[in-house]
Design a protein around this ligand. Structure first.
Ligand SMILES: Cc1ncc(COP(=O)(O)O)c(C=O)c1O
Length: 386
């Protein structure tokens, strides 16, 4: 390298600032190369609902890898069929079909295309503080300015209404609207839980205008909020349900679940080379089995209630608000959260931020009672200490 060349990281988009190196994980524990262990309170960004490297998922992946790694969607495969049937069996019967992809943002892109095609319209109503991914369509639905601005102009036709403002939502949804896209619990935006009134308004406004309703449960789905799917909390069933992150226990997958009634209205085609590959489907099947068999949503509910209760007792001089549902908890501080996260890391606990002032807790749902208790204690001590 000559002195004129800037230093760049081989990992594109990642600053060369010091980062913790982690090499191994099991359950809610992660290890650095020296063998020091950390408790994961959010390090897996919601991918690790079942913990790191769940043995059942690992063995399903190994078996499938020996059998058939890849197959195009032009051919049927029993593992793919079994996974899709299992996923649909866990959902209300109004859902009939699933488009499989490889990430959350792709699940959102598919929803945008399904909605445009099925309605013949292009307007999308999303919520302020919402996060839906970073490809251009999904980014257009994402709210935060710093994510959007460098890439503008984005896709036209996206409108954002204040989260939980039912009247604003009702006013924004009209005969030009193809889709209303909402996270029932906003994750990246700082852990904000939807009100029943807001979700019901979204359902009635879309029904009134002939537009579709999508719930983005990429982060809040699959047990995290104390229900298998977050929408079960409110009993408001969308037309499109978007899943990803922990759906295949830690390997890439995205799913756009489509209501039966919408499927025949879709014109055109949508496809992904790797979407629905047998490896991801085998992992997904094992992951869903584990989630249900171990009753992990109930565990998330119990540990979440305990966590919220404890965190609500944090000193109010430094904490503005504590909010959440199940094991999806945000602690909003009056000042920047970065020093708190560093202090926690030094004590062996890994939490993440949502914006500059919110600590986001997304522990694996398999976190033991002792690990969760030690995490809550460490947070309390760090916050009390300054
Ligand atoms: C609610 C939500 N939607 C979509 C996405 C995008 O998912 P991915 O990063 O897998 O593309 C995320 C990622 O954090 C998310 O939290």
């Amino acid at each position: 390298m000559t002195s004129a060349e800037p230093a760049v990281s081989p990992e594109f988009g990642v600053s060369s600032a010091e980062r913790l190196t982690l090499v191994r994980g099991r359950g809610a524990r992660l290890w650095d190369p020296s063998g020091r262990s950390y408790v994961d309170l959010g390090a897996t960004h919601g991918v690790g609902n079942l913990g790191e490297s769940p043995p059942e998922v690992v063995s399903a992946i190994a078996t499938q890898a020996h059998e058939l790694l890849y197959l195009g969607s032009g051919y049927a495969n029993p593992v793919r069929t079994a996974f899709l049937e299992r996923l649909l069996s866990l959902l209300p019967s109004s859902f009939g079909s699933v488009f499989l992809s490889n990430s959350g943002t792709e699940a959102v892109e598919a929803a945008l295309k399904v909605a445009r095609s099925a309605t013949g319209r292009s307007k999308v109503v999303a919520a302020m503080r919402g996060f839906h991914g970073r490809t251009l369509g999904a980014l257009s639905a994402t709210w935060r300015r710093e994510f959007r601005e460098p890439f503008e102009p984005l896709v036209p036709g996206f409108v954002h209404v204040p989260f939980n403002d039912a009247a604003a939502l009702e006013a924004a949804v009209d005969e030009k609207t193809a889709l209303v896209l909402i996270e029932p619990v906003q994750g990246e935006g700082g852990i904000h839980v939807a009100s029943e009134e807001f979700l019901r308004a979204a359902r009635s406004a879309t029904a009134r205008t002939g537009s579709l309703l999508a719930f983005d449960e990429v982060q809040c789905g699959l047990g995290r909020t104390g229900r298998l799917f977050a929408f079960e909390r409110w009993g408001v069933v969308p037309d499109l349900l978007l899943l990803a992150k922990s759906l295949a226990g830690g390997i890439p997958i995205g799913a756009t679940v489509v209501a039966r009634e919408v499927v025949p209205r879709f014109r055109g085609s949508h496809h992904s080379t790797f979407g629905g590959n047998p490896l991801a489907c085998a992992a997904g099947l094992a992951a869903l089995d584990l989630l249900v068999r171990e009753r992990l949503p109930e565990r998330a509910e119990r540990l979440g209630v305990l966590g919220l209760e404890r965190l609500k007792n944090l000193p109010s001089e430094s904490v503005r608000e504590v909010r959440g549902l199940g094991l999806m908890i945000g602690v909003e501080f009056r000042n920047r959260v970065a020093p708190i996260l560093s202090a926690l890391e030094a004590r062996g606990f890994l939490a993440i931020s949502a914006g500059s002032t919110v600590m986001r807790l997304l522990p694996p749902l398999v976190i033991t009672d002792e690990e969760w208790e030690s995490g809550l204690r460490a947070i309390t001590e760090v916050v009390a200490g300054g």
